[in-house]
Design a protein around this ligand. Structure first.
Ligand code: SAH
Length: 351
């Protein structure tokens, strides 16, 4: 049993089973043993690879979409923000792609929300001498126009999971079986927050809620409505949570989420409807990653880059293009949500 497992077993023995959300929070962000607190998990030698790590095209296209929105909105002074920037690759690509946009870098302050000290150091290294402000909490996002990106951020936020039982719900909790961590369920009880889901969830059906996500989306929505800006949120998930999507990933494969707490990435699919509802009265546009990148011009950009490549580099460039956009790869499992002012048309990339 690893050190975090021992700590969690001792805690459960004293105070009883913990919610999945508490378990995820400890596994991902425990200051000494947490998955993100202690490592850089990205890339082909890590546990998983994300869109900005797959190809520079992802950040370039997002950068140009944001720059277009910034120009359309009259080139305001404000914030260029990212939530959960990982290695800092996406922000670096956005900044490189927008170098030629007159006034863009001067007008916007780069603000990164990152909880892991290890990854903050990595972001500092990636971004070189770019001026960066790190924040811990979404409330620290300046009261100003905000142009924000978040890729695979919301899936890392802790979820609670409920199984419908009659008119009530049984919550998935983490307890002890023979001294080892294991999932169990509470007795059924009514849940005010899930009252509306009694209509569409059949008996035995599973609903997941992400308590931390709505306040974050709400703050982004408030900033956009009050000051202008745009948020582009990419992640895997769907328009409404249904079913068990809690999963552990280690070395690019599914793993047992309770075997080695802190050593596997724990995630759940993102409920984009919940984000859009929380962000109101900001407007929301929703589509697949493949279609959005297609409308932003990924095919033309891919061809332009391909013209300069050959051999293995060309082959892996083509594979990266496919991986980001093909419906059988990330193209349709991954979704894109844009939050924008309802008084303006949807941003580039969305219908
Ligand atoms: N966006 C990056 C990394 C995705 S992994 C990419 O696409 O490659 C999730 C990121 O969110 C990591 O940087 C992790 O440390 C950060 N993170 C997770 N929970 C967080 C929280 N509550 N507050 C701030 N950052 C968080």
């Amino acid at each position: 049993m690893n050190a975090l497992a021992s700590l969690l077993c001792a805690r459960i023995a004293q105070t009883g089973p913990m919610t999945l959300a508490d378990y995820m929070a400890e596994c991902l962000m425990h200051p000494e043993h947490g998955y993100y607190s202690t490592r850089d998990p990205f890339g082909s030698f890590g546990d998983f690879t994300t869109a900005p790590e797959i190809s520079q095209m992802f950040g370039e296209l997002l950068g140009l979409a944001i720059a277009q929105a910034w120009i359309d909105q009259g080139r305001p002074r404000g914030t260029l923000a990212e939530l959960g920037p990982g290695r800092g690759t996406l922000m670096a690509d956005i900044l490189r792609a927008t170098k030629g946009v007159a006034g863009f870098h001067e007008a916007l302050e780069v603000v990164l929300m990152e909880a892991s000290p290890t990854l903050r150091a990595r972001q500092r290294a990636t971004l070189g001498d770019v001026r960066v402000t790190w924040i811990d909490h979404i409330d620290q996002l300046p009261e100003a126009p905000v142009f924000l990106v978040a890729n695979e951020f919301f899936d890392a936020l802790p979820i609670r999971q409920f199984h419908r039982d009659g008119a009530g719900w049984r919550e998935t909790v983490v307890g002890l079986v023979n001294g080892h961590l294991a999932a169990g369920k509470t007795a059924p009880a009514p849940m005010a927050a899930l009252e509306h889901r009694l209509k569409d969830v059949p008996p035995g059906g599973i609903v997941e809620i992400c308590p931390a996500a709505a306040p974050i989306a709400a703050t982004i929505g408030r900033r956009i409505v009050a000051h202008g800006g745009l948020a582009l949120i990419f992640d895997y998930g769907g328009w409404r949570s249904l079913g068990d999507t809690f999963q552990a990933i280690s070395s690019h494969a599914f793993a047992d989420p309770f075997a080695e707490p802190g050593n596997a990435d724990l995630t759940a699919h993102v409920d984009f409807e919940a984000l859009a509802l929380a962000a109101r009265p900001a407007a929301a546009a929703f589509d697949t990653q493949g279609r959005v990148l297609g409308r932003l011009g990924i095919d033309a950009r891919a061809e332009a880059l391909a013209a300069r490549l050959q051999g293995h580099a060309l082959h892996s460039h083509r594979a990266a293009h496919r991986r980001l956009t093909d419906p059988s790869e990330m193209g349709s499992l991954f979704k894109a949500l844009a939050l924008y002012r309802a008084t303006t048309p949807p941003p580039a990339g969305f219908d």
